[in-house]
Write a protein that binds this ligand. Structure first.
Ligand SMILES: *Cc1c(COP(=O)(O)O)cnc(C)c1O
Length: 398
């Protein structure tokens, strides 16, 4: 494998892809955790959850230690068990799928469309032609297994058409897990779900507060739902399934997934900045859009109409013939110039642990995995830096 220079070999890029935007006010909260000794449990966890619930118009949310932890619980809460199948997107971060395998479920990989979100036409075809509907739900004709959950991702903060997702899911008796890890701050501005936030339409939704997401809790995540019983169960599982009895007793196998108070301290201070961060994301996106429109062979992916997206990632598709360089060549040139960009993840159906599982008509994801690149998009990215990225993009092709 060819060595590329980058942040991962200890060399810091001059312009990073997506880094946290921290400020010193967080220190006061963290200091309070240290001074009071409340580092695991404490008031910041509660406050963070209240801020999240208020922002997403939910009665309650349950915070957890990571998006992955949240997804693990979410699959379990939706009843996924040994041998069940779950339909998952082929273009996503691997943490969408890993937790289903923790539960010994089988993923079925679904292709993407040109927005890179799941192709809902193919999803319908698959369910219509390859599955059989019985009284208790959909069964995969090929494997004979029950398909319990449909997992969708709002990729890069771009909201998928949940109206259509819910209609399809209902028709086939599937539960919907919304992996909204990247979509904190995105909501619908039109249609049936107008005003509803990412992660609040499906049966359960999960957000991530990893350091590269739009806001961070120094890691962390949250489980969202309108179903209060489900959230109560989520909380119970998060805290090792300990019953209220003073004589410690557990009636399930739980997890230690609760968000810590130190994480909550980060979360509270970051939540207060979320709307500002979205503003910056949109402003920089529009600046890129304006500057990139005349560069041949470079297409900036749009965000869907009828939504207020958080514009988390800025993603370009490189047409090698027109632009003159392949995506990989462009990526390496950026890296050499001290600008950190990101190739799209390798597609999930080709990851080693997933190779034996079923996939359905994988076409578009094979094209996009080779030709897609993310440009620097941090919320502390400056205008001059956007100009520099674009200047390099023009220079490299000539
Ligand atoms: C970040 C991310 C996750 C996992 O979240 P962590 O907090 O890093 O565990 C899951 N799914 C998607 C789509 C993500 O981007």
């Amino acid at each position: 494998m060819k060595e590329v220079k980058g942040f991962w070999d200890g060399k810091k890029s001059q312009i990073s892809l997506s880094v946290p935007n921290l400020s010193e006010d967080t220190l006061d909260y963290v200091k309070e955790c240290i001074e009071t000794g409340w580092i695991v449990k404490g008031r910041f966890v509660t406050e963070f959850e209240e801020l999240l619930a208020k922002y997403t118009n939910l009665e309650k949310v349950v915070s957890v230690q990571s998006g992955t932890a949240g997804l693990h619980e979410a699959y379990r809460l939706l009843g996924v068990e040994y041998g069940d199948e779950v339909i998952v997107p082929n273009v996503t971060f691997i943490a969408t799928i890993n937790p289903a395998l923790y539960l010994k479920a089988h993923p079925v990989f679904m292709d993407c469309d040109d927005s890179l979100n799941m192709d809902l036409d193919k999803l319908e075809d698959f369910l219509e032609n390859e599955c059989e509907k019985k009284d208790d739900g959909a069964y995969n004709k090929k494997s004979g297994r029950r398909i319990k959950v449909l997992t969708i991702v709002h990729l890069f903060g771009n909201l998928i058409n949940m109206e259509r997702v819910m209609t399809i899911a209902e028709k086939y008796g599937l539960k919907v897990l919304e992996d909204a890890a990247q979509a904190m701050g995105s909501f619908y501005t039109a249609g049936k779900y107008k005003g509803r936030h990412a992660g609040t339409v499906g049966h359960v939704g999960v957000i991530s507060f990893n350091a590269n997401k739009i806001i961070t809790a120094a890691g962390g995540g949250a489980i969202l739902s309108n179903n209060l019983d489900l959230l109560e169960r989520a909380r119970f599982l998060t805290m090792v399934a300990k019953t209220p009895s003073p004589y410690i007793y557990h009636d399930s196998v739980g997890y230690n997934y609760n968000l810590t108070n130190v994480q909550g301290a980060f979360g509270v201070s970051q939540m207060k900045k979320l709307e500002k961060f979205v503003e910056v994301k949109i402003k920089n996106y529009n600046l890129y859009k304006d500057l990139l429109k005349d560069i041949e062979g470079i297409k900036l992916l749009p965000f869907n109409e009828g939504t207020r997206s958080n514009h988390w990632y800025y993603t370009i598709v490189v047409d090698e013939e027109k632009y003159g360089l392949s995506r990989n060549e462009l990526f390496e040139k950026f890296t050499d110039a001290g600008i950190q960009t990101g190739p799209l993840w390798g597609i999930m159906s080709e990851q080693k642990p997933f190779k034996t599982f079923q996939r359905y008509k994988i076409e578009k994801s094979k094209y996009y995995v080779k030709n897609t690149l993310h440009l620097p998009c941090s919320t502390n990215l400056k205008k001059e830096e956007v100009l520099k990225v674009v200047e390099k993009l023009i220079e490299f092709s000539s």
